[in-house]
Design a protein around this ligand. Structure first.
Ligand code: GLA
Length: 327
C-alpha cells in the first residue's frame, strides 16, 4: 500500500507567464490531497471523500477527457501518461476546494502519480508528466507552474520558478505576514476555451508580423502583459525575501491591473474584491490569482485583518513543503 500527499498552490505573482517560458512565484499551501493505493489488477479504482461515485480507469485508457465522474479525468490523465504496469484500489481525500484556483487538479495528479510509483526525487520529470496529464484530462493547454509548485514546495517559502530554464529557488516568506485567499464567488466556468485563446494570442504576438500586416493592438496588449509581468516576478521575489512588503504589495497591484487591462482575464467581481482588499488597513497588496475568469484573489496582510473583512470564503494559507510519499 502506498500513500502520497500533494499540496495545492497559490500563485503570489506571475500569471499567464509560465507557458511562454516566463517566471512565476507560487507557494505550496497547507491544503492538499492524499491518495492511498493498494496495488494490483488491470485498472485503478478510487473512491473520493468529495464525490460518492467512484472512478474506475482501465490501464489502457485511450481518452482521459471522456472519463466520468469528471475528477476521474485527472486520474486517467496520469495513467495515460505514466502507463503503469499494474493498477490498484484506493481512496482520495482532500482539503482543497475544487474550482477555486488553488490547483486541486494538479494536487490530485501529483498525488496519484507518486502513489503509482513516480519518482519524487525528480520533481521536474513528475511535474512534466502531470502537466501532460492535466492537458489530456481537461483540454486546457496549461503551463507547468501548478504541478511543479506542488512538487517543489518548501516550508516557510514561496518559489521563484523560471519556466524557461526550469530552474527554481525558494524565497523566504517574512514571518509577520499572512497569505490570504478569498473567493470571488464566481466559479471559473469558461476558463478552458478562454485560456486556450489567450495562449494562442501570446504565441501569435511573438510570431513575426507579415509585411504590410497592421500592428494588432490586442496582441500588443497581450505581449505587454507577459513582458511586464515577467519583469515584476523577480522584483517581487527580491522584495519578499527582504521583507519589503510595501514594494511587494505595489507589484501585486500592478500585476492585477495588467491582468485586468492588458490580458483581460479578470472579472468585475474579482476587480471589486481586489479593490476592497487593497483598500483595507493592514493589507500590503492584493491581486487575482491563477488563470482568472473567476476564482480567487490573494492578499498579503497583517495577521487576522482579511478574515475580519468578511469578503467571501476565505482561506489563510501557510507556505508548505512539497508532495511526498508517506508510506
Ligand atoms: C493555470 C495553469 C497554469 C498557469 C496559470 C496562470 O493555473 O494551469 O499553468 O498558466 O493558470 O498563470
Amino acid at each position: 500500500m502506498t500513500t502520497a500527499y500533494a499540496p495545492g498552490r497559490v500563485n503570489l505573482i506571475g500569471d499567464h507567464t509560465d507557458y511562454s517560458g516566463g517566471r512565476v512565484c507560487p507557494m505550496a499551501i497547507d491544503l492538499g490531497t492524499m491518495v492511498t493505493i493498494e496495488g494490483g489488477g488491470r485498472e485503478l479504482a478510487l473512491t473520493s471523500d468529495q464525490d460518492p461515485t467512484p472512478v474506475v480507469v482501465p490501464l489502457g485508457v485511450a481518452d482521459p477527457s471522456t472519463v466520468a465522474p469528471a475528477w476521474g479525468r485527472y486520474v486517467a490523465g496520469v495513467i495515460a501518461v505514466l502507463r503503469p504496469a499494474t493498477g490498484g484500489r484506493g481512496r482520495v481525500s482532500s482539503t482543497l476546494p475544487v474550482g477555486a484556483g488553488l490547483s486541486s487538479s494538479a494536487a490530485l495528479e501529483v498525488a496519484v502519480a507518486l502513489a503509482l510509483g513516480a519518482d519524487g526525487r525528480d520533481p521536474l520529470a513528475v511535474a512534466r508528466s502531470c502537466q501532460e496529464a492535466e492537458q489530456l484530462a481537461s483540454g486546457v493547454p496549461c503551463g507547468i507552474m501548478d504541478q511543479l509548485a506542488s512538487l517543489a514546495g518548501v516550508e516557510g517559502h514561496a518559489l521563484l520558478i523560471d519556466c524557461g530554464t526550469l530552474e527554481w529557488r525558494p524565497v523566504p516568506m517574512p514571518p509577520d505576514v499572512e497569505v490570504v485567499v478569498v473567493h470571488s464567488g464566481e466559479a471559473r466556468a469558461l476558463s478552458a476555451s478562454a485560456y486556450a485563446r489567450r495562449r494562442a494570442e501570446v504565441e501569435a504576438a511573438h510570431r513575426p508580423v507579415g509585411e504590410g500586416d497592421p500592428p494588432d493592438a490586442l496582441l500588443l496588449r497581450r505581449a505587454r502583459h507577459v513582458a511586464t509581468e515577467d519583469a515584476r516576478v523577480p522584483a517581487f521575489a527580491s522584495a519578499l525575501g527582504e521583507g519589503d512588503l510595501a514594494t511587494a504589495g505595489s507589484l501585486m497591484a500592478e500585476s492585477h491591473a495588467s491582468l485586468r487591462d492588458d490580458f483581460d482575464v479578470s472579472t468585475p467581481r474579482l476587480d471589486a474584491l481586489v479593490s476592497s482588499l487593497a483598500a483595507a488597513p493592514g493589507v500590503w497588496g492584493a491581486r487575482m490569482t491563477g488563470a482568472g475568469f473567476g476564482g480567487c484573489a490573494v492578499a498579503l496582510a497583517e495577521p487576522g485583518v482579511v478574515a475580519r473583512l468578511g469578503l467571501g470564503r476565505t482561506w489563510v494559507v501557510r507556505p508548505s513543503g512539497g508532495a511526498r510519499v508517506s508510506g
